[in-house]
Design a protein around this ligand. Structure first.
Ligand code: UT7
Length: 357
C-alpha cells in the first residue's frame, strides 16, 4: 500500500521507509572515447581552465564520435547492465529511455534501441524530462512494476548533448558532455532469472517523487526545430537549434528545488539527514551539489561529485555517477542513497534507494 497526499506524483510506503517492491538488479554506463578538455574550449571561446574548474568543478567531458548517435551510447550502456542483471534482451517487457537528444524526432529512440538490442518482446517509449529524465523514467518503471503491468524494465538515460551545444557560447559550452547509463528494474516476481550476480548491484526503492514547473520553461530550451518554430534557414542562421540556458536563474532554481524535494522525501519517509549515506544529485555544477547537501543538512563529503571528467550529461548523469560510484568501491550493502534530479521544464525528482545485502 502507498499513499500520496502531495501535489506531485509520489510513491512512498504507508510504513515509512519500507521498500516499495521495486528493485534495480543491474546497472552500468558508457562514455565515448573522445575527451574535450577545458584547455580545448579555451582555444575557441574566451574562457580558461581556472574559471571553468572554479565555477563548475568540470575539467573535461566526453564527446560521441561522428558516427555515434544517442542510441549507440544507450545500447553500449544497456548491454553490461543486462549482463550484470543476468537478464537477456529477449526477457525484457519494457524499455524506457530518457533523453533530450534522440537520434531523430521520429521514431522514439527507444524503438531504435529495442531493435539494436534484439528485445523483440518489449514495448518501448521515450521519456522527456530534461536532465531529470532518468529519475522520471525510473519512477515510471516503478509504477509499471507496482501495477503488475511490467516485470523486467530497462531504463536508460542517454544524451549526445554536444550535438546541441553552441561552441560559440562560453556560458553554456563549458558544461555539457555525452554519455549514457542504464538500469534494469524488476518486480520481486520477475523470476528466477533475476538473481543478483554481484554484490552492490542490487538496489531497492524506498521513495520516489517527481515535480514540474512549466511556468519556468524558458530558462532552459532549444528554441527551434519543433512545431512552434520549425527548422528554416533563418532559425539555423540565428543558432536557434542549440541549447540556451539562463545560467544564474537555473542555478538558483536547481538548489532550491532539489533541497525542497530532499526535505519532502525525508519528511515522508521519517528518515533524518544522518540516515542518508550518499546524496547523488544531477551532476550539473559542483557548487550546486554542495549547496543542496548543505541545505538538506547532509555533510557535503557525503555528496557524490562526479562531473570533473564527465561534465553535465543531462539525463545520463545520475546513472553514470551511480556506475562510477560502484566501480570506485563507494557503495556498501545497507546504505541509503538519496538521488536528486533537476532540469529543463523545469523538472525535478527525488528518490531514495537502499543498497541490497
Ligand atoms: O542541467 C540542467 C541544469 N543546468 C544547470 O544547473 C546550470 C546552472 N548554472 C551554472 O552552472 C552556472 O550559472 C554557470 C556555470 C553556467 C555560470 O556560472 P556563474 O557563476 O553563474 O557565472 P555568471 O553567469 O554569473 O557569469 C559571471 C561572469 C560574467 O562576467 P561579468 O558579466 O561579471 O563580467 C560572465 O560573462 O563570468 C563570465 N563568464 C565566463 N567567464 C569565463 C561566463 N561564462 C564564462 C566562461 N569563462 N566560460
Amino acid at each position: 500500500m502507498t499513499t500520496n497526499t502531495r501535489r506531485n506524483t509520489c510513491l512512498v510506503a504507508t510504513t515509512p521507509g519500507a521498500p516499495l517492491g521495486v528493485n534495480v538488479v543491474g546497472y552500468s554506463y558508457y562514455l565515448p572515447d573522445e575527451v574535450i578538455t577545458n584547455a580545448d574550449l579555451a582555444r575557441t571561446v574566451d574562457t580558461s581552465d581556472e574559471w571553468i574548474l572554479a565555477r563548475t568543478g568540470i575539467r573535461s567531458r566526453h564527446r560521441a564520435a561522428k558516427e555515434q548517435a544517442t542510441s549507440d551510447l544507450a545500447i553500449a550502456a544497456a548491454r553490461p547492465a543486462l549482463e550484470r542483471a543476468n537478464i537477456t534482451p529477449a526477457q525484457l517487457d519494457t524499455i524506457l529511455i530518457a533523453t533530450a537528444t534522440p537520434d531523430s524526432p521520429v521514431p522514439a529512440v527507444s524503438c531504435v534501441v529495442q531493435a539494436g538490442l534484439g528485445a523483440a518482446g518489449a514495448a518501448a517509449m521515450d521519456v522527456g524530462a530534461g536532465c531529470s529524465g532518468f529519475l522520471f523514467a525510473l519512477h515510471t518503471a516503478a509504477c509499471f512494476v507496482r501495477a503488475g503491468a511490467a516485470h523486467r524494465v530497462l531504463v536508460i538515460g542517454a544524451e549526445t548533448l554536444t550535438r546541441v551545444t553552441d561552441y560559440g557560447d562560453r556560458r553554456s559550452c563549458i558544461l555539457f558532455g555525452d554519455g549514457a547509463g542504464a538500469a534494469v528494474v524488476t518486480s520481486p516476481e520477475a523470476g528466477a532469472e533475476c538473481t543478483i550476480p554481484r554484490s552492490s548491484d542490487g538496489l531497492e526503492l524506498i521513495y520516489s517523487a517527481l515535480g514540474t514547473d512549466g511556468l519556468m520553461a524558458d530558462l532552459i530550451k532549444i528554441p527551434a526545430g519543433g512545431s512552434r518554430n520549425p527548422a528554416s534557414e533563418a532559425t539555423i542562421r540565428d543558432r536557434q537549434h542549440y541549447l540556451r540556458l539562463d545560467g544564474q536563474a537555473v542555478f538558483r532554481q536547481a538548489v532550491r528545488r532539489m533541497a525542497e524535494a530532499a526535505g519532502e522525501a525525508l519528511e515522508a519517509t521519517g528518515l533524518t539527514p544522518s540516515d542518508i549515506d550518499w546524496i547523488l544529485p544531477h551532476q550539473a555544477n559542483a557548487r550546486i551539489v554542495v549547496a543542496v547537501a548543505e541545505q538538506t543538512g547532509i555533510p557535503p563529503e557525503r555528496a557524490m561529485l562526479d562531473m570533473a571528467e564527465t561534465g553535465n550529461t543531462s539525463a545520463a548523469s545520475i546513472p553514470i555517477t551511480l556506475g562510477r560510484a560502484r566501480e570506485s568501491g563507494q557503495l556498501a550493502a545497507g546504505q541509503l542513497i538519496l538521488m536528486l534530479a533537476f532540469g529543463a521544464g523545469l523538472t525535478w525528482a527525488c528518490q531514495i534507494w537502499r543498497v541490497r545485502e
